[in-house]
Design a protein around this ligand. Structure first.
Ligand code: PLP
Length: 460
């Protein structure tokens, strides 16, 4: 059938018949039918029924420069015409991959002068596991292979990515985690703070769980600690400011490599080029993806700090690892154009100075809503925790019973009211494109408020 002749129902039938979606219950999908997204412009999407939708999730945390940017389209077209593919194996390279490596070295903290490219964030984190273990082997410590991560972290969906991640539902399928990966609790104040504990005190205590784990595993067995500066898929869990500096101190004390997974936080999301800069830490390795190309084309990788790069280059010989699409020339050309837009339009500075603080103000104003336990932001990412009853001087907020699936109720209202927000348990989260203006924030907040009202009515 000619694709132009198809109705939404035709597309949904073909979808249900043939397409296995990521992270999807297909019985539920078949019963309801997918929403088919057909077009995007700026922060807006349109579906096959013509509904206009405010995309407050930037696709999947990635469309930082918004949809429909001609510069990125031109870069892809030009590179496809010139050289659609060549690999980076066997002592070859392409000009876009070299130029992008050089650009990333310029944009990242000073200890990063080298880049290893992958096709995605998950592959980037597989590379992390290979790299840190290779580093310790070359240092003469082959027993130092254990990587510590956090419960409820998300580091991707490959065997290593899902193992590094701390999602229990993922571990339950496929015998994960793989050996040599262990987890500590996340720095989630609403879940783990003790009565009367301040955010700062909690941040230091949550970081101390890393030290306990190092001592339990044995300091001579621990290779690295990995964390997202702000846990994204876990529900936008923003750690207290005391957390990351203490994590840094502990890693330094035990000589452990510190890995910052910046797949979401990288390229301006927090109002800094990288999230580690927002929290004042100096990682040895950074995983990136998503925002590097604004999701226009798959690309990811690892920024390799001098400490690791020096050993790998000077002592390592051949590193037996790589992907066909490492340094794909079209992806790299698009990423260069994307980073050009971010720089030229001063998007990181804009989030830092203007839209980030403005969004924080608007979220703070939600605090009086009876459904809102906390509403927090970091740059242009934010979370609203939905609660049955707000905290009082004597008692913490009362959560909804999980059987009520309050987040899914709210997400349903967003879906029907032209707003994409994501629900993670009882947390409603956003990560809108960095091109947001104050006017667009007002528009988004009006939609968020309306969806909160509708949810409130439903749960009474
Ligand atoms: N790391 C983090 C922090 C992520 O949020 C994600 C994806 O959401 C990944 C890694 C995996 O990236 P990808 O889906 O590109 O494999």
């Amino acid at each position: 059938m000619n694709t132009l002749d198809r109705t939404t129902k035709d597309w949904q039938a073909a979808d249900a018949a043939h397409f296995l979606h990521p992270f999807t219950d297909h019985q539920a999908l078949s019963a309801k039918g997918s929403r088919i997204i057909t077009r995007g412009e700026g922060v807006w999407l349109w579906d096959s029924e013509g509904q206009k939708i405010f995309d407050a999730m930037s696709g999947l945390w990635c469309v930082n420069v918004g949809y429909g940017r001609q510069e990125l389209i031109d870069a892809a077209t030009q590179q496809l015409q010139t050289l659609p593919f060549y690999n980076a194996f066997f002592q070859t390279a392409t000009t876009p991959s070299i130029a992008l490596a050089e650009k990333l070295a310029q944009l990242s903290p000073p200890q990063f002068q080298h880049v290893f490219f992958s096709g995605s964030g998950s592959e980037g984190n597989d590379t992390i596991v290979r790299l840190v273990r290779r580093y310790w082997d070359l240092q003469g410590h082959p027993g130092r292979h254990t990587i510590i991560s956090r419960i409820n972290a998300y580091h991707g969906s490959t065997m290593a990515g899902a193992s590094l991640g701390g999602m229990v539902d993922m571990h339950a399928q496929g015998g994960l985690p793989i050996p040599g990966i262990v987890h500590i609790e996340q720095p989630y104040f609403a879940q783990h703070a003790q009565p009367g504990e301040s955010h700062d005190e909690f941040g230091r205590r949550a970081a101390s769980w890393l030290e306990y784990k190092i001592l339990e595993v044995g300091p001579d067995k621990v290779a690295a600690f990995i964390g997202e500066p702000v846990q994204g898929a876990g529900g936008v869990i923003i750690p207290p400011d005391t957390y990351w500096p203490e994590i840094q101190r502990i890693c330094d004390q035990y000589g452990i490599l510190l890995v910052s997974d910046e797949v979401i936080c990288g390229f301006g999301r927090t109002g800094h080029m990288f999230g580690c800069e927002r929290f004042g830490v100096r990682p040895d390795l950074i995983t990136f993806a998503k925002g590097v190309s604004s999701g226009y084309i798959p690309l990811g990788g690892v920024l390799v700090g001098d400490r690791v790069a020096r050993v790998l280059i000077e002592q390592g010989g051949e590193f037996n690892h790589g992907y066909t699409y490492s340094g794909h020339p079209v992806a790299c050309a698009v990423a260069l154009a994307n980073l050009g837009v971010i720089e030229r339009e001063g998007l990181v500075q804009r989030v830092h100075d203007d839209t980030g603080p403005y969004l924080a103000q608007q979220f703070a104003a939600l605090q009086g809503h009876p459904l809102v336990g906390e509403a927090e932001t970091c740059g242009l990412m934010g979370a609203i925790r939905l609660v049955r009853r707000q905290a009082t001087a004597d008692a913490p907020a009362e959560p909804f019973a999980s059987s009520l699936s309050v987040g899914m109720v709210c997400r349903g209202h967003c879906f029907n009211n032209g707003l994409i927000m994501r629900a993670v348990g009882d947390r409603m989260i956003i990560a809108p494109p960095l091109i947001l203006t104050r006017e667009l924030i007002d528009e988004m907040m009006a939609r968020i408020r309306r969806c909160l009202e509708l949810t409130w009515v439903d749960v009474q």
